[in-house]
Design a protein around this ligand. Structure first.
Ligand code: IPD
Ligand code: CA
Ligand code: CA
Length: 273
């Protein structure tokens, strides 16, 4: 067992403070979601409030850091070499519908590379955390990716593009291929938790297109430090700012990447289509 580093403690404290209010708000949503008007505006407020609490707490603890936040964008620290990348609620649609599967995600970018991250799931009180070269943890337990080596035994997670999101055609091609070759696909609705669950060995892999930096910044280091592989689906390494992400255990990373890429090539579509 290792003790959390000072950076992890800062994120942990900020996330827990924001989460106390968020869990109360979630209780309110459970009431509102059966009402005719629904909890839409209330959830938008909860999202903003959570982000504000995170901003205040993280700023107090590390005044020199900049921010990239989902709701309010870039803050300060133009000259800062370090910044927080924050998603106040990842899994908003779940939150809105009273489904208890959402998380606060915070990543730390230093000199352009990710060096630490947390994904905090307040309903089950699960804090997934990792700092570069220090290992990955779920609360105080060390995390390792799964050891399954056969695609046929693999459980995968993904996100389904909706509305004007990119990647609908490629998604259908990839899903079709994965359905034939694996033991199942889940779409639980939080990319941050999908990454954390790969790190915890709950899924063998996760892929999605069209995500934003705040969806994945918290989870990428957690997967890597748990011994997993993360890249774009085509193998390039800009999964933080690029268009796609694939995370998997060591053994299944290559077969999965091949399966997904062969599927889009066979269909003659691009990952962004
Ligand atoms: C969403 C979740 C979801 C993914 C979406 C994201 P949000 O983030 O991560 O799993 O499929 O593409 O936008 O909107 O709940 O913060
Ligand atoms: Ca998100
Ligand atoms: Ca969000």
């Amino acid at each position: 067992m290792s003790l959390p580093t000072p950076l992890i403690n800062v994120m942990d404290a900020a996330a827990r403070k924001a989460a106390r209010r968020l869990v109360r708000d979630f209780g309110e949503v459970e009431q509102l979601q059966v009402s005719r008007k629904g909890p839409g505006d209330f959830v938008t407020e909860a999202d903003r409030r959570t982000e504000t609490i995170l901003f205040e707490e993280l700023s107090k603890a590390r005044p020199g850091f900049g921010f990239l936040m989902e709701e309010s964008g870039v803050h300060g620290g133009e000259s800062a070499s370090e910044r927080w990348i924050v998603d106040p609620i990842d899994g908003t649609t779940n939150f809105l519908h009273g489904i208890p599967h959402f998380a606060i995600s915070i990543g730390v970018e230093r000199e352009g590379g990710l060096v630490a991250g947390i994904v905090y799931e307040p309903v089950r009180d699960e804090l997934f955390w990792a700092e570069k070269n220090q290992g990955a943890y779920l609360n105080r337990r060390r995390l390792r990716v799964s050891e399954r080596t056969n695609l046929a035994d693999a459980l995968l997670a993904t996100g389904i593009p909706f509305g004007d999101r990119i990647g609908k055609k490629s998604f259908m091609a990839m899903l079709n291929a994965v359905m034939q070759k694996t033991s199942g696909v889940r779409r639980l609705g939080s990319a941050a938790l999908d990454l954390a669950y790969v790190a915890a060995g709950r899924y063998e892999g996760f892929w999605e297109t069209g995500l934003s930096p705040w969806d994945v910044a918290g989870g990428i280091v957690v997967v890597r430090e748990a011994g997993g592989m993360v890249s774009e689906i085509d193998g390039r390494s800009d999964m933080l700012y690029g268009n796609s992400i694939l995370a998997a255990n060591q053994q299944l990373y290559d077969p999965l990447r091949k399966l997904l890429m062969d599927a889009v090539r066979t269909e003659g579509v691009k990952l962004t289509e």
